[in-house]
Design a protein around this ligand. Structure first.
Ligand code: GLU
Length: 478
């Protein structure tokens, strides 16, 4: 098996392209074989070297690995031209001297009659001798491929047998008048040259495939197996686009999704291993992947599901896996340079909060309080506490209780808090909730005693003292 992913470097790596790459990779991994990365850069005006790099980086970040390439399609242009010349020589293609204006006019006339113009019905190609004579006289021409007069049939592992009737086919240009090969010619030449056995690509190429089949046959090359992947829709059930949010792999990276989570979510866009399985390791996906379980219907890209999958990966990954991905997000919230002595505290905090985060950005935000000298408290969020005139004093007593602890563990902290509550005659909750607010500036979070320990003795005391001062300065009299 030899598969290829063949992006055009005219834009970023998008969800659709990434899913195509993933299915190519899963298929070849599940059956054994080679994965070739080919950059289809023959449209020089629209191709961009920076995009090639972005696409390769996007694939690498996502964890898609290729065995051969990246090959640049533009480097094969001479070979593609020679193939066109050979087809011309064999009478399988012909020189077309019609100007685009002539074709346009004929197209419009046909439209007026309610017909669709088919080149082959309207323009009898000149004889070979005449073609050569006009070419020698310096007339400009394109090279057109002569499609067979019969239907074109191919098997597609997503759609089954696909048939295009003869009436739907037309001769098409393989070499433009400036001598540049068209996509149809280049793609087939390269697939033949690279001995591609399985062509997996988006549905948008389905109408191109009969042209390609015609070329494969004319070149006497074995036909690859095709698989056209169904469209990806946005939440509005229209073709996925910027309208409904991020579409490129880089955007998802910057939004705080883990590559493993995105890979998993994209793999499920049109394929399911059955039994409602959703979370899978790469190895499991590779083992379970079969083309039979690819859906022929369009799939909806569900951002909530991606967030859910991401949350599972944030909880389940090892810290070693997680920390490098978290680093840029820590830098963004000002925690880029914590120093080695803080690594242990940082890891404890990350470990404590990661089950509550949906993105890496959330997680970075959650650990901010651990490293700030003081926190900002929201007056409204603290209304209840500001009404309790005894609270600042009680928190002061709690500070003393915590200060005197010889060992600072979840158990000793809990015990100190509960005995103080008993002493002053309040429920434990009456100290737990304000302590949480003091340490995290939030109303909810992980177990308070774990939070205090992860925060550490010094920082816990500092935040409690600051919060008591905040309450003294902002009381609500009742
Ligand atoms: N270069 C084409 C694209 O980016 C893909 C061609 C193919 O897979 O055959 O849409």
């Amino acid at each position: 098996m030899r598969v290829r992913f063949a992006p055009s470097p005219t834009g970023y790596l998008h969800v659709g392209g990434a899913r195509t790459a993933i299915y190519n990779e899963l298929l070849r991994k599940s059956l054994g074989g080679e994965f070739i990365l080919r950059i289809e850069d023959t449209d020089q005006q629209r191709s961009d070297a920076a995009m090639i790099e972005q696409i390769c980086n996007g694939l690498s970040w996502l964890g898609v690995h290729w065995d051969e390439g990246p090959f640049l399609q533009s480097q094969g242009v001479e070979r593609h031209r020679q193939t066109a010349a050979a087809l011309l020589q064999d009478g399988k293609a012909y020189r077309c001297f019609r100007t685009p204006e002539e074709l346009d006019e004929a197209r419009q006339d046909a439209q007026k009659r309610g017909e669709t113009l088919r080149y082959r019905d309207y323009f009898e190609p000149a004889t070979k001798e005449e073609q050569e004579r006009r070419a020698a006289a310096g007339e400009s021409f394109a090279v057109r491929f002569r499609m067979p007069d019969s239907e074109i049939r191919f098997s597609d592992f997503v759609r089954g047998d696909v048939v295009f009737p003869a009436e739907a086919l037309d001769d098409f240009i393989i070499l433009r008048s400036d001598g540049s090969p068209t996509y149809h010619l280049s793609v087939v030449c390269d697939d033949v040259e690279m001995r591609i056995t399985h062509v997996i690509r988006g549905d948008d190429h389905l109408s191109n495939t009969p042209k390609h089949v015609g070329l494969f046959q004319a070149l006497g090359a074995p036909l690859p197996v095709f698989g056209h992947l169904p469209l990806i829709l946005g939440p509005d059930k229209k073709r996925l686009s910027k309208r409904t949010g991020a579409t490129s792999i880089e955007e998802f990276r910057d939004l705080g999704f883990l590559p493993e989570a995105l890979y998993n979510a994209l793999a499920l866009l049109g394929w399911s291993p059955g039994e409602d399985r959703e979370l899978m390791t790469r190895q499991e996906m590779e083992e379970l992947f079969t083309v039979e379980r690819i859906n022929a219907g369009a799939s909806v890209f569900d951002r909530d599901k991606l967030s859910w999958i991401n949350a599972q990966y944030l909880s389940g990954s090892s810290l070693d896996q997680l920390m490098p991905h978290l680093e840029p997000f820590l830098a963004e919230v000002g925690l880029g340079d914590l120093g080695d002595d803080q690594t242990g505290r940082l890891e404890r905090a990350v470990d404590l909060h990661r089950t509550r985060a949906r993105t890496l950005g959330d997680l970075a935000q959650m650990v901010v309080p651990y490293f700030r000298p003081s926190l900002d408290y929201d007056l409204d969020l603290c209304t209840k506490f500001r009404k309790q005139s005894q609270l600042p004093q009680q928190l002061g007593a709690l500070v003393e209780g915590f200060r005197n602890l010889e060992s600072f563990t979840a158990e000793t902290v809990e015990q100190a808090l509960r005995s103080l509550a008993e002493e002053v005659g309040v429920k434990a909750g009456a100290l737990i909730h304000p302590t949480r607010m003091a340490l995290s500036s939030a109303k909810a979070g992980p177990s308070l005693f774990d939070l205090v320990v992860a925060m550490g003795q010094e920082a816990s005391l500092r935040h409690l003292e600051n919060f008591a001062a905040f309450l003294r300065q902002n009381p609500i009299e009742e």
